[in-house]
Write a protein that binds this ligand. Structure first.
Ligand SMILES: [Zn+2]
Length: 528
């Protein structure tokens, strides 16, 4: 009689704890690891011969944006091929729920791609959204955060206003609803409309609620460039005053004036960890970032929401004011205006400019950079995206190799071949092993794996994932250490990574011999 459903035989186990690798068999029944040891006499429905392959817990992407794209591409090909078995959505202040009449326009604008596929947003409350995530058949597990910007817009709309005490308590009520429905925390995006209009007090009051549930507060801080340290200090203030478990999202120093500041940020986090606070960060292994083109513009252009912004960008007087501003101060966060460093990653109206820099496009269009930006934003209805070559290699290496920093891709599940996205969407996790373990040798393999597994699992409170242990869920990546690498580049971003030979999600094979099985055993994970 067969005891096990799956046996992974003779793999070299990198168990997620940071401990040195060891060779053992793993026995799985249903969705759970039941034995780690010598199973040479045992049989199973499925035997994976992992001789010479490494076996680790499936990678957990603590910073992901597949809030709605997971519904469009539930096989999550660009993530499972990286060895990822769990993604955390709802980051940077944005989640597609709760939806009210106050933010319907804003959410419909943000979800234009989703609506094109699905027709309309089929939920209102956060718990209804979670029910959809739960019902969806998908190839990996999903954890959800609720976005502070969405909560805020659900009560206040997207304008530059402060909430009254009554409005703040309405936001609190929506947050309570999201947390009790199973959200793992709240995220903020303090460079984006409408999160940018919140003050520290508002964030503290809401973070107190998250803290009561034992959730995390993940923040895209107010400034990642010239004002980086002020912004980190604000995040720390929120953590100290609310007692919340703080996660600084995609820690970086953007723009030459800020270069070299990442170690200062990490020292600050360490300082509070030494005092017993649960503060940490995440990072992705690239020197370029990616966001909406509009996020590069000063507040006074975008403060009244996308429609008003487009109106403003059509006004020649405003454009000349913007030109003067950018010449004088540079892009607000970055402190420079090197338009060759900013490349278009997505433009519905001008697919011919994908991968081109603002500088190059301006040359071709015989225009100036500000007019180019205005034309793109107007014709794309505000939804142009860019890749910005903005960081230095040393800061990135310091961030991704620091023991308190988990790995988060900041990307999303996507349809193969669409646009010129940031290569992080396809390569983040294999790149950690290829570049930082194998090539630069700044991380050991067990430490790299720990930062992609048990570190984020512990942060989130996923108590049965992130380690290879009997009783833990059978989320496993079986990979070839020598061929594990990212192949996606900025010039050629739609290329799957190599090296993942087998991937198990809740005990079921999603990748077998390097091929997606199209099986969808992923679950929506509720905070308990
Ligand atoms: Zn962000």
């Amino acid at each position: 009689m067969r005891v096990y459903d799956v046996i992974v035989r003779k793999g070299i186990l990198v168990d997620g704890s940071g401990a040195p690798p060891y060779r053992k068999d793993i026995g799985i029944i249903d969705d759970t690891i039941v034995k780690i040891g010598d199973l040479s006499g045992e049989s199973a429905e499925e035997i994976i011969n992992a001789n010479d392959l490494f076996v680790a817990p499936g990678f957990i992407d603590i910073h992901n944006h597949s809030d709605s794209s997971i519904f469009i591409t539930p096989t999550a090909d660009n993530y499972v091929t990286q060895g990822v078995t769990t993604i955390v959505v709802g980051n940077c202040g944005y989640s597609p729920a709760p939806l009210t009449e106050n933010n319907r326009e804003f959410l419909e604008y943000s979800e234009v791609e989703f609506i094109k596929e699905v027709g309309s947003i089929p939920w209102y409350s956060f718990s209804e959204y979670l029910k959809h995530l739960e019902a969806l058949k998908k190839s990996l597990n999903v954890v959800a955060l609720v976005g502070h910007g969405t909560l805020r817009s659900a009560v206040l709309g997207v304008g530059d206003v402060r909430p009254s005490e009554k409005q703040l308590s309405e936001m609190s009520e929506l947050l309570n609803e999201a947390m009790s429905a199973g959200a793992f925390g709240m995220s903020s995006g303090l460079i984006y409309v409408p999160g940018m209009f919140s003050d520290t007090y508002e964030l503290i009051e809401l973070a107190k609620i998250v803290s009561r549930y034992g959730g995390i507060y993940s923040t895209h801080i107010r400034n990642e460039g010239v004002g980086l340290l002020d912004a980190v200090i604000e995040a720390i203030q929120v953590g100290l005053a609310s007692g919340v478990s703080l996660e600084i999202s995609h820690v970086k120093a953007a723009g030459p004036p800020a270069w070299g500041s990442v170690p200062k940020v990490l020292n600050l986090i360490e300082e509070y960890v030494r005092r017993g606070y649960d503060f940490s960060a995440d990072a992705y292994p690239y020197t370029a970032s990616s966001t909406g083109l509009e996020a590069l513009l000063p507040t006074w252009v975008r403060e009244e929401g996308p429609e008003k912004m487009i109106e403003k960008l059509s006004n020649p007087n405003l454009l000349s004011k913007l030109r003067n501003f950018l010449e004088r101060y540079g892009i607000p966060e970055e402190g420079h205006s090197d338009w060759d460093k900013i490349r278009i990653s997505y433009s519905e109206s001008h697919p011919e400019v994908l991968g081109r820099s603002i500088e190059e496009i301006s040359r071709v269009w015989e225009s100036d950079p500000v007019s180019t930006i205005a034309k793109l934003l107007i014709e794309d209805k505000g939804l142009t995206s860019v890749v910005i070559h903005t960081m230095n290699d040393e800061d990135v290496t310091k961030a991704v190799s620091h023991p308190l920093v988990a790995i988060g891709s900041d990307g999303s599940v996507m349809r193969f071949g669409k646009g010129m996205p940031h290569p992080r969407n396809y390569g983040t996790f294999p790149r950690i092993i290829a570049r930082y373990v194998r090539e630069l040798k700044v991380l050991s393999l067990p430490e790299a794996v720990r930062k992609m597994t048990s570190l984020p699992a512990r942060k989130l409170g996923l108590h049965d994932r992130g380690l290879l242990r009997p009783g833990f869920k059978a989320d496993l990546v079986v990979f070839n250490y020598y061929t594990m690498r990212d192949r996606a580049t900025f010039e050629n971003p739609h290329i799957y990574s190599t090296g993942v030979e087998y991937l198990l999600v809740n005990g079921k094979l999603v990748i077998r011999e390097g091929k997606h099985t199209e099986v969808k055993p992923g679950r929506f994970l509720r905070r308990s």
